[in-house]
Write a protein that binds this ligand. Structure first.
Ligand code: ITT
Length: 197
């Protein structure tokens, strides 16, 4: 089975990505976490640059191809913030939620549009970029957090068509439509066609 390192310190990403790969191509690719210290300096100016930095570091450490995603929540009323700074928006996830609610407290429903962006990049052990792809999902910032599933900003990300937040979806549901799923599907096909036996 093809092994690909996953350049992330976020166990939720591993869970989502592994679930998706099992759904589409069971037993063809195995994603493994980086062994040992993994602390890349995410100083890129775009999602793509940061996903490359994380994947290149993971590929170098592990000596096998590596995949990483860089994700952000872009809020229209905040001119696209926190965007690529979503991880550093506040110290912990609870503070990120309360800071966002506070920044949005006077914003009317119709102006609460937001989207998640996820850019994934696959890098060879020699640092060559093999494939990159971006997924996006649109929604609204809710006025209070709801739901116990997912992670990060999911409890505030409301999808009107489904009448629920991303944290009110099961893992399987989130994986049918999320920014990460939309970025990963073409990536899996590329891996199947170019790397897997
Ligand atoms: P790595 O860089 O180690 O992969 P991270 O959690 O810092 O882990 P990102 O920089 O991509 O990853 O994430 C930016 C922020 O967005 C961070 O606060 C996450 O919790 C949040 N986030 C990422 N994916 C998300 C998702 O699917 N749903 C909700 N929030 C998400």
């Amino acid at each position: 089975m093809l092994k690909i390192a996953l350049g992330t310190s976020n166990p939720h990403k591993l869970e989502e990505i592994n679930d998706m790969i099992q759904e589409v191509h069971p037993d063809s690719v195995e994603f493994v976490l980086v062994e040992g210290e993994f602390d890349p300096i995410e100083n890129g100016k775009t999602f793509e640059e940061n996903s490359y930095i994380k994947a290149a570091e993971a590929a170098k450490i592990m000596g096998i191809p590596a995949l990483a995603d860089d994700t952000g929540l872009c809020v229209d009323a905040l001119d696209g913030r926190p965007g690529i700074y979503s991880a550093r928006y506040a110290l912990d996830q609870k503070s990120k939620i309360s800071k966002l609610l506070n920044e949005m407290k006077d914003v009317e429903q119709e102006n609460r549009k937001a989207h998640f962006v996820c850019t994934m990049t696959l890098v060879a052990p020699n640092g060559e970029k093999l494939f990159s792809n971006t997924g996006r999902i649109d929604g609204y910032i809710d006025t209070k957090p709801s739901g116990e599933h997912g992670f990060g900003y999911d409890p505030l990300f409301f999808i009107p068509d489904l009448n629920k937040t991303m944290a009110e979806m099961t893992l399987k549901e989130k994986n049918t439509l999320s920014h990460r799923a939309r970025a990963l599907r073409p990536m899996i096909e590329w891996i199947k066609s170019n790397l897997a036996d």
